[in-house]
Design a binder for this molecule. Structure first.
Ligand code: NAD
Length: 325
């Protein structure tokens, strides 16, 4: 039995990943280490609670003793845990540095004494910064713009340095903007969907010209599982959704699904240092045999259906959000 320590498995990508991974590999058991911050919910993984191949540990990746003891029980690490919301990182960056940089360092440091086969460090396209034309390959220099992406870039560099210095079997994955079920309703797609269900307008930054590449979270789960099986130690793999849209195009698609038009858009003040466009070249991963076949039309509809069917899940989070801080 392969044993895997997954960090941040109660968040958006982590919980979708666990659903896919535990179902795909019946010879794998997982320990999910999650601090359950505002973004992590134990109920996101409730279906695994009775699965003998699943164990939940409520804890912090910055807790060196805890991390060391968990790592001695596994042969792989898949590290998702992070503070993830760019706007929050602009207002209060400290927790981003603590979790994303110090937390990753704590995990890597513990990996020195563990006998791991692989340590997948999960990162973001935002570490490359913005690109006007063309797409970033994995060899581009890092040029992050926000405290969030700077902290992620620092964690990527730490992971690579531990690979060089201590031989930790690191693989880095950098992916584009995810969307799908269980996405916290502060992020653009679930915020817009839930606002429209509530009959409210959608707040769009500036003129909505910024471009993002959209990756369905199930495709991300497939990509991580693919890299888990086929990825090479010491390598970096970009994962793109192959679906670049300006924010106004994306907004138009969502509004159309609700039978609404531009009257539901409320333009708001732009984010500071708002990156114009992210774009990743994922030919390296495709050369190994991975491909994206799903389309945003189907996936957006599935996502909207999920938010319609799970109002209790997001209504509570939205209500709590205003009592946070
Ligand atoms: P999320 O905010 O939904 O979930 C983060 C999870 O990490 C939560 O369950 C939270 O409780 C946990 N966590 C936070 N701090 C912790 C700590 N100190 N110790 C243990 N657990 C902690 O985030 P997400 O969107 O699922 O992102 C997961 C990973 O994917 C992150 O590393 C993020 O940088 C990366 N990523 C996300 C996207 C995206 O579009 N969502 C895109 C590219 C990369």
């Amino acid at each position: 039995m392969n044993r895997v320590l997954v960090t941040g498995g109660s968040g958006f990508i982590g919980s979708n990943f666990l659903r896919y991974f535990l179902n795909k590999f019946k010879d794998i058991s997982v320990i999910n280490l999650d601090k359950l911050t505002y973004a992590g919910l134990r109920s996101n993984t409730v279906e695994h609670e009775t699965n003998p191949r699943y164990e939940f540990v409520h804890g912090d990746i910055c807790n060196a003793e805890l991390v060391k003891s968990l790592m001695s029980r596994v042969d792989s690490v898949i590290h998702f845990a992070a503070e993830t919301h760019v706007d929050r990182s602009i207002d209060s960056p400290d927790e981003f540095v603590r979790t994303n940089v110090l937390g990753t360092n704590t995990l890597l440091n513990a990996a020195k004494n563990a006998k791991l086969k692989r340590f997948i460090h999960f990162s973001t396209d935002e570490v490359y910064g913005s690109i006007k034309q063309g797409s970033f390959t994995e060899t581009f220099p890092l040029d992050p713009s926000s405290p969030y992406s700077a902290a992620k870039a620092a964690s990527d560099l730490l992971a690579l340095a531990y690979h060089k210095t201590h031989g930790i079997p690191v693989i880095i994955m950098r992916c584009t903007n995810n969307y799908g079920p269980y996405h916290f309703p502060e992020k653009v797609i679930p915020l817009f969907i839930t606002n429209l269900i509530e009959g409210k307008k959608v707040p769009l930054y500036a003129k909505g010209g910024n471009v993002r590449d959209w990756l369905y979270v199930e495709d991300t789960a497939r990509a991580v599982s693919f890299v888990f099986e086929h990825g090479k130690i010491g390598e970096i793999y970009n994962v793109a959704g192959r679906c670049e849209l300006s924010n106004i195009e994306l907004t138009g698609m969502i509004l159309k699904e609700f039978g609404k038009g531009e009257e539901m858009i409320q333009y708001v003040k732009d984010r500071l240092a708002h990156d114009f466009r992210y774009s990743l070249d994922m030919s390296k991963l495709e050369a190994l045999g991975f491909e994206i076949t799903s389309t945003i039309h189907d996936n957006l509809r599935k996502t909207i259906d999920w938010y319609r069917a799970n109002e209790a899940w997001w209504r509570k989070l939205k209500a709590d959000r205003y009592t946070l801080k």
